[in-house]
Design a protein around this ligand. Sequence first.
Ligand SMILES: Cc1cc2nc3c(=O)[nH]c(=O)nc-3n(C[C@H](O)[C@H](O)[C@H](O)COP(=O)(O)OP(=O)(O)OC[C@H]3O[C@@H](n4cnc5c(N)ncnc54)[C@H](O)[C@@H]3O)c2cc1C
Length: 421
Amino acid sequence: MIRKRTQVGIVGAGPAGLVLSHLLHLAGIESVILEARSRSEVESTLRAGVLEQGTVDLLTRCGVGERLQREGFVHHGIELRFGGQPHRIALSDLTGGRAITVYPQHEVIKDLVRARVDSGGTLVFEARDVSIHDYGSTRPRIRYVCANGDQELRCDFIAGCDGFHGGCRASVPARARTEYARHYPFGWFGILVRAAPYAAELIYAHHDRGFSLVSTRSPEVQRLYFQCAPNDDTAHWPDDRIWRELQARLQTTDDWRLERGDIFQKGIIAMRSFVVEPMQYGRLFLAGDAAHIVPPTGAKGLNLAVADVYILANALAEFYASGRKEGLERYSAAALERVWRAEHFSWWMTSMLHRFEDDPFQHRLQLAQLNYVTSSRAAATALAENYVGLPLTDGMSSAGQSALAPEALTTLAHLAVSARM
Ligand SMILES: Cc1cc2nc3c(=O)[nH]c(=O)nc-3n(C[C@H](O)[C@H](O)[C@H](O)COP(=O)(O)OP(=O)(O)OC[C@H]3O[C@@H](n4cnc5c(N)ncnc54)[C@H](O)[C@@H]3O)c2cc1C
């Protein structure tokens, strides 16, 4: 067995693992990322596309936002469509100029992988049989197998950034964790289409036939979703049926038309809410989807992953700079505060917009809520500030205080300097 050492061993090269590794590098802290998939697979998996203002600010200020700034689409509003009418939620007007940026997750991943490779970081792709050990002690270890044979990575801390199906959370004895879960009685049928953008802003449509979403990935590729049965099969949906269904759900009284394009990918995603508490066990810290899942209606998953590791990076920087453990001890509580806010928002958006079988009472409540959100400035503001994302916190501020991303980054930069001295 080949033995190596680093300060922080990171399992998973998704947004959580890569942003963490990059932030630690800025703070002068070594890390190694172990990823089960190949680099090309990681860089080509299409998933999220909506980045909160805080995520964009963080990526930009830590030097990986150049392409994002150039190629991302800044959206200042979204449309809620119901009763055949469009209703705009003016995100920026309602939140003091904050906005969302549409920039695909796999592009974020490419930018982060390149930044780590360029700065000499260690990323091990195609790491097999990754298992974590002794995280209850001060000498955690990660074992894995790669092209060079059996390996053992000794580290001070382990970051479990291995997504919902990864092994880190499952390695914690069941008695030590509490899991909260909700499954929804529907899924999302997603398609990728070669076509020009259908609308200037995202359209979230409520309809008797079910929810649908018009989103974008690039000037040439559009992302559309519609609510389907959770156990549905893409084979049941030839292209013509998909277009007819989407047109029916997106129909407006002034006859909005959806131009057909070439559908080149179809898939069905499950809808669930999930949180594990706590998010830390000794020297194992869970972050991102490894610790929580939201239904995609609120576009929060990637953003929550970034928010988690921002807190974790600050806590680790504080530890290596001063030996203080308070930030690390507070990590779970600090991260969970934002997690539960996002869980509520994602559940609320999902409940407001989807069709629930045979529940006319719920349907009337949804319309009442949609009418309120689109007619009351206070209600629209609540939606807007959650959608663009609450300011990132560094987890170091005293209870109840939130640091805006720029100030929080200054904290990290300050700690980075201290750590190098
Ligand atoms: C269709 C869809 C649309 C979405 N839209 C949005 C959106 O608009 N906005 C948003 O914010 N979020 C969205 N999300 C959610 C977002 O994609 C996730 O929340 C995000 O990817 C979480 O990042 P992560 O790093 O925690 O986990 P992941 O991205 O899942 O990364 C985990 C990594 O760990 C690796 N791994 C797993 N097991 C092991 C192991 N045993 N050993 C080593 N490596 C392992 C995996 O290969 C993977 O690369 C969407 C998700 C889906 C599916």
